[in-house]
Structure formats: structure tokens, C-alpha cells
Design a protein around this ligand. Structure first.
Ligand code: SF4
Length: 672
């Protein structure tokens, strides 16, 4: 049997309350590993074409990673997957915290839920017994309260819990799944899938042993990585919020760009977390402003934005650093913000600061702390919720929404006072909140009056806070990845940090310094790297490793870690091919469910610079989206016209069954 994995999954039928174990054949792990790979393999087969994402045929998976429990650094990510109610296609979301090892210690690589329960339930696994229990008393509680209540009831210090909040219960399509009292698998609307199944929580406690092939080799790899992680004392001494501000100002006016690099990232991330980019992103043009109407904050009435959201001002409230399971970095933090009335709350991420900051012209840091805390409790994906509020503000500015529709709320740009009450209405689906609770695509469909023009999403998924006009790599991943509108796949900045050439010797390097206009040039090396990055991230997610761990300039040697855990002895290129196989199954899932990625995930004009901005750092930029897409699709072995995997690609990856199924569909027949 394979080492490093548990070799089986648990399947819970919520229609009948039947619970059974399923053994997964060894060769499946060799083909797609575990984590997101195993989820794709399982769900492609089990979710019938045309299944209602909120109906009984959808299957919700909670997956652990292959490296989880092996001792490898950064290996505590868990993943939720299902058919997404936001996009109608493949949906997944990725989260840290402590749930991932709990899944494996219960003896499973993943837990699948089918059907719909008649009443609210939670899954308990403890002492080797799995059972569904009544969760009526938890239904209606926010995600943090529900976790605390359940933990108090179970009186088991080893239990790890994931829950949904009211947003998920009320089937908001921008709801996520929480663990560790407010850390989120936020994207793809999977909180709504959990709510549709009336599954309030899972509570996992187990002691299964995770067998590893060569734990000494893992310790050695960890040691080497730590030596590098702890180096850079000089840079560490001078790193501060002021230095980040200075760098941001220089980079804003410099005609030469500097690639992101692991040395800087490790220090900034460990000190501040993702908010380390608050200033650099808003100065440089990475942060979209005013519902993507602009870029940079200096042309907008938030002149003090970069100072207000300086990461140092946020970590001044930090009372404890937060590490996910087996993470040597600890980018998270617990804050005590008296001024915001919050005794204990998670540090907001960059995405949240921007989505509820620059995107809405909100400049009030205490408001952002409160909003972040509220979203964590209510169960909202902050990217989806932030975009939706910004969209509503633009509707209000244009007179498409008035106080009559908003129930008296003044949704003027920057009015943070109105944001919390609006989010409360969205979580409860009351009044204007019902109209907005499903993200911008659905809101625009309901509102009409031309609002579709400024509904910023890809295939229904609200766009993240990395402006594709600033990083054309994100234009590609937002519009062509199997889960569109995601920033955790690949963009040019990510490729700089991945430094894939260190692991995959045949891949080209990215330049350390470049003229700004250079990033808009499309060339074969970059296309190749984009495709490699796309496949690499699936390998990373199958391993259950944190994106930030692999953004350390290629120092985390994942192929070696996986070989140490499993004993497979595969070369890096073979692992990249596994990533490619997973990526193709995910995309094939979209095709099976009637989506045509090239058409259905197309970006709105604003995200590609149509029309170009007339001010700010992204002034005058218009992306050649056709050429960007073609270059990427060619390297992926995907069809230029549809974005679908070609028959040759699927066959090369051993996915003949999928090729056969897809090529019987009308869409594919037209192409043959
Ligand atoms: S780097 Fe941050 S998100 Fe990643 S595992 Fe560590 S604490 Fe969690």
C-alpha cells in the first residue's frame, strides 16, 4: 500500500444517514495523488452532468493533502470541493488551520457528503465512530459561536471543527466554510452547498497513525528549509512598515520593475502576513479601486489610504501570532482592537483590506476590522462580499439603486457606516440583502438596467484584489482556470516567487528586474511558465501545501518531500504531469457540466483595460486578451476556441475515459 496516505475515504449519505468507507485503489494515488487531485478524480465521476449545485446530487468533499501529517512544512491545507453554485462548474476552496490533519487522523484522505438531510445535522467522528448528530441547536449561530458551542459540548481537546455561518445556511452563493474560528475556505460558494445539505458542521477527532516512507528525509528537508528561512538577519532588521512604504513609492515611479523574490517575501510574510502588500499593491496598481473604475488611490478621495492601511498599524494590535498546522512561518495573527470593540479577532488578509478598502473607497481601518470579523462570523467570502458591496455602491451612485431599495442605507462611496448593516441584511437575505446575497453576477441579473456592464466577475466568481491590468498573468488565470476568478492559481507575480526553474530544470527563469512595459509583452517562455505554474499549483494542492510555502523562491522542494512521504521515487517532471492531469480533470468537469471556459469565464471590460484608464498607475493599459489566452491555451494543450482540453492532451495524460465522454458531446463534435 502507498505510504503517506490513508488509502480510503468516508462517504456520508445525508438522504439516508448511511455512512460507509471506501477504499481507493493504490494506482489512483499514483495518478492524481490526494487532496484536490483525489477530489477531482472522485467528483468528476460522481456528480452527474446538469446536477443542481444546491440539490441532492451535488457531492461536497472535505479533503486532506498527501503531505499532511508527514511532518513536511506548510502541509496543513485542507480543501473543500463540489460543483460550484457560483459558476455552475468545478468549485474548490483551500484553507489552512488545523482541520487537514484531523481528517487524516480519523483515518481518511477525504470525507464526501451526498444527498440532503431533512434536519440540520453535524458529522461527528470520534474514537473511530462516525455518526450524524442533530444540529438544530447550532443552526442560526454564527460560525465562531457554533464552533465554540460544539467544542464546549464535545469536551474533547483533540476535536477539530469546520462550520458554516448564517450566510451558508441561507444559501448565499458567496458563503464559505470556516475552521479555527474564522479561517476560511472562502471561494466557489461552497458554504451554500454545505447549507443546502443542512450540514452545519463537521467535528473530527482521531488518533490514526500516518505512515511515512522516510521521516528522516523529511526532517532533513525541513532542516535545510529552516536554515534558509532563518537567514537574512540584515534584511530582517530593517524590514518595517516604513520601509515597505518607501519601497512602494519608489516602485510606483520607477520605469524599472523588481520581481518579487523569496528573500523579501519570507520576511514580509512572517512579520505581517498578506497585509505586507497593502501599501505596495495600492501604490503600484495591483489593488483595484472603486469597483475597478481606477487604479492607485491618489486620484481618489482616499489620499491617506496607504498610511491608514500600513501593515504596521494593523500588527500594532496583534496579541498572538497564528500558525496553521505545521507551518514554520505563521502569517496569521490574532488581534485585540479596543477601538473597534473587538477583544479577539483574526488579522484581516490583504484581500479583505482591499475589497472593503480601496474597492469601496473606504479609508477607515477600524471599520475594516469590524467588517472582517463580521464576515468571518456570518460566513462570507470577503472577496465576494467586498465586490458585491462595491457593485452596490456603483449602482447607488448611478441611481440604479436608491434609498427606497436599500431600506434607507446611504451606499455612497466610502460610507463604511452603511457596510455592516448591508452585510447583515445579506447574511439574513432580508430586503436589499436578498438581492445582493449571491454575488455580483446574480445581483446584476436581478437589477438589470445596464448594471451587468460593471458587474466584475469571471463566470460568476467575483474577482480577487489583484488587478489583471497590472498583472496580465491574472487575466489568464481568472478567465481560463477551471475555477475562474481566483488569485491562488498563477499570475506573473506568483511565477516570480515560485522560481520554478529551481525545481524543474528545463523551465526558464523570470527576470529579477524588467522595464515596466515588458510585462505586457507576450512570449513563448512566459506562456510556458504560465502553463507550468497552472499545473504546478494542482500538484501543490494535491500535496496539501500552502501557496505561501511555495512562494519562497522554490526553496520548498515538494517533489523530494512527496518522494520521502510515499517512496514513489518520481522525478519533478513526473509530479508536474500529475498536476497537469488534475488540472485537466478539473477543466473537463466544466465541460461535462455544459460550460465553455473561453466563453463563459470571459472577463469584464474593466478588468482588461477596456476602455483604458485615463489616470493612475494603470493609465492607458489595454490587454491583448486574445493573444494572452491563445499563448496559454496552446501550452496547456487546450483548445483555443473553447478552452477545453483536446483529445490528444487527455489521452496523453491517460484520461481516455474522460476524452471519450467529452468527445461525444455536441460541443466537441463541432470541433472534430
Ligand atoms: S504561511 Fe500562513 S496561511 Fe500558510 S500555512 Fe503558514 S500560517 Fe497558514
Amino acid at each position: 500500500m502507498n505510504k503517506g496516505i490513508m488509502g480510503k475515504i468516508l462517504v456520508v449519505d445525508l438522504d439516508t444517514s448511511a455512512i460507509r468507507e471506501e477504499t481507493i485503489p493504490d494506482e489512483v494515488y499514483r495518478s492524481v495523488m490526494s487532496g484536490i487531485g483525489l477530489a477531482a478524480w472522485l467528483l468528476y465521476r460522481r456528480i452527474p452532468a446538469g446536477a443542481d449545485p444546491l440539490g441532492p446530487d451535488n457531492v461536497l468533499a472535505f479533503m486532506s493533502g498527501l503531505l499532511t501529517g508527514s511532518g513536511a512544512w506548510f502541509s496543513g491545507r485542507w480543501m473543500a470541493a463540489a460543483k460550484s453554485p457560483l459558476t455552475g462548474g468545478w468549485g474548490d476552496a483551500n484553507c489552512g488551520g488545523t482541520l487537514s490533519p484531523a481528517i487524516k487522523r480519523c483515518g481518511y484522505d477525504g470525507i464526501l457528503f451526498t444527498g440532503i438531510s431533512k434536519k440540520p445535522v453535524y458529522l461527528s467522528i470520534a474514537g473511530g465512530t462516525a455518526e450524524l448528530r442533530d444540529a438544530s441547536h447550532l443552526w442560526g449561530l454564527d460560525a465562531v459561536e457554533a464552533e465554540e458551542r460544539l467544542a464546549a459540548e464535545l469536551k474533547d481537546p483533540g476535536v477539530r471543527i469546520a462550520t458554516i455561518g448564517p450566510a451558508g445556511e441561507n444559501l448565499s452563493l458567496i458563503a464559505g466554510i470556516s475552521n479555527d474560528r474564522g479561517r476560511y475556505a472562502g471561494r466557489s460558494g461552497l458554504g451554500a452547498v454545505m447549507g443546502s445539505k443542512r450540514l452545519k458542521a463537521i467535528a473530527l477527532s482521531g488518533k490514526a497513525k500516518i505512515d511515512v516512507n522516510d521521516s528522516a528525509a523529511i526532517k532533513e528537508l525541513n532542516k535545510k528549509f529552516m536554515t534558509w528561512l532563518n537567514s537574512g538577519a540584515g534584511l530582517r532588521k530593517i524590514m518595517s512598515g516604513k520601509v515597505l512604504s518607501f519601497m512602494a513609492r519608489v516602485l510606483r515611479i520607477s520605469p524599472v520593475g523588481m520581481a518579487q523574490n523569496g528573500e523579501l517575501v519570507k520576511i514580509a510574510q512572517s512579520r505581517y502576513g498578506t497585509i505586507s502588500t497593502n501599501v505596495i499593491s495600492s501604490e503600484g496598481g495591483d489593488s483595484p479601486v472603486k469597483n475597478w473604475k481606477g487604479s492607485g488611490f491618489r486620484d481618489f478621495p482616499i489620499a491617506t489610504h496607504a498610511d491608514r492601511l500600513n501593515p504596521q498599524r494593523i500588527v500594532d494590535h496583534e496579541v498572538k501570532k497564528y500558525h496553521c498546522y505545521n507551518c514554520p512561518l505563521g502569517c496569521g495573527g490574532i488581534l485585540n482592537v479596543k477601538e473597534a470593540g473587538l477583544a479577539e479577532t483574526h488579522k484581516p488578509e490583504y484581500e479583505t483590506c482591499c475589497a472593503f478598502g480601496a474597492l469601496q473607497l473606504v479609508n477607515d481601518l477600524n471599520a475594516i476590522f469590524r467588517i472582517n470579523d463580521f464576515c468571518n462570523r456570518a460566513g462570507f467570502d470577503t472577496i465576494g462580499a467586498g465586490n458585491t458591496v462595491a457593485f452596490a455602491m456603483e449602482c447607488y451612485e448611478r441611481g440604479i439603486l436608491t434609498k427606497k431599495e436599500t431600506g434607507g442605507l446611504d451606499l455612497s462611496w466610502g460610507n463604511s457606516e452603511a457596510v455592516l448593516p448591508l452585510l447583515e441584511l445579506m447574511a439574513k437575505r432580508q430586503g436589499i440583502g436578498d438581492l445582493l446575497a449571491d454575488g455580483v453576477k446574480k445581483a446584476a441579473e436581478r437589477i438589470g438596467k445596464g448594471s451587468e456592464e460593471f458587474a466584475i466577475h469571471a463566470g460568476g466568481q467575483d474577482l480577487p484584489m489583484h488587478d489583471s491590468r497590472y498583472d496580465p498573468g491574472f487575466a489568464v488565470s481568472y478567465s481560463l482556470e477551471p475555477t475562474p476568478g481566483r488569485h491562488t492559481n498563477h499570475g506573473y507575480q506568483w511565477l516570480e516567487m515560485f522560481a520554478l526553474h529551481r525545481i524543474f530544470k528545463k523551465l526558464p527563469r523570470t527576470a529579477s528586474f524588467f522595464r515596466i512595459g515588458e510585462k505586457y509583452k507576450i512570449h513563448a517562455d512566459r506562456n510556458r511558465l504560465m502553463a507550468a505554474g497552472s499545473n504546478y499549483m494542482q500538484f501543490v494542492n494535491a500535496a496539501g501545501v500552502c501557496l505561501f510555502g511555495v512562494q519562497m523562491g522554490g526553496r520548498l522542494r515538494l517533489p523530494a518531500y512527496v518522494n520521502a512521504a510515499t517512496g514513489w521515487g518520481l522525478g519533478p517532471e513526473e509530479y508536474l504531469e500529475i498536476g497537469e492531469r488534475i488540472q485537466n480533470i478539473r477543466q473537463a468537469f466544466n465541460l461535462k457540466h455544459g460550460l465553455v471556459p473561453r466563453r463563459d469565464f470571459a472577463l469584464p471590460g474593466r478588468a482588461t483595460g477596456k476602455p483604458p484608464l485615463d489616470a493612475g498607475p494603470m493609465k492607458g493599459v489595454t490587454l491583448n486578451i486574445q493573444e494572452l489566452a491563445d499563448g496559454f491555451l496552446d501550452k496547456m494543450g487546450w483548445d483555443r476556441e473553447t478552452g477545453a482540453p483536446t483529445a490528444d492532451t487527455l489521452t496523453r495524460l491517460g484520461l481516455d475515459n474522460i476524452a471519450e465522454e467529452l468527445f461525444t458531446r455536441d460541443l466537441r463534435k463541432k470541433k472534430s
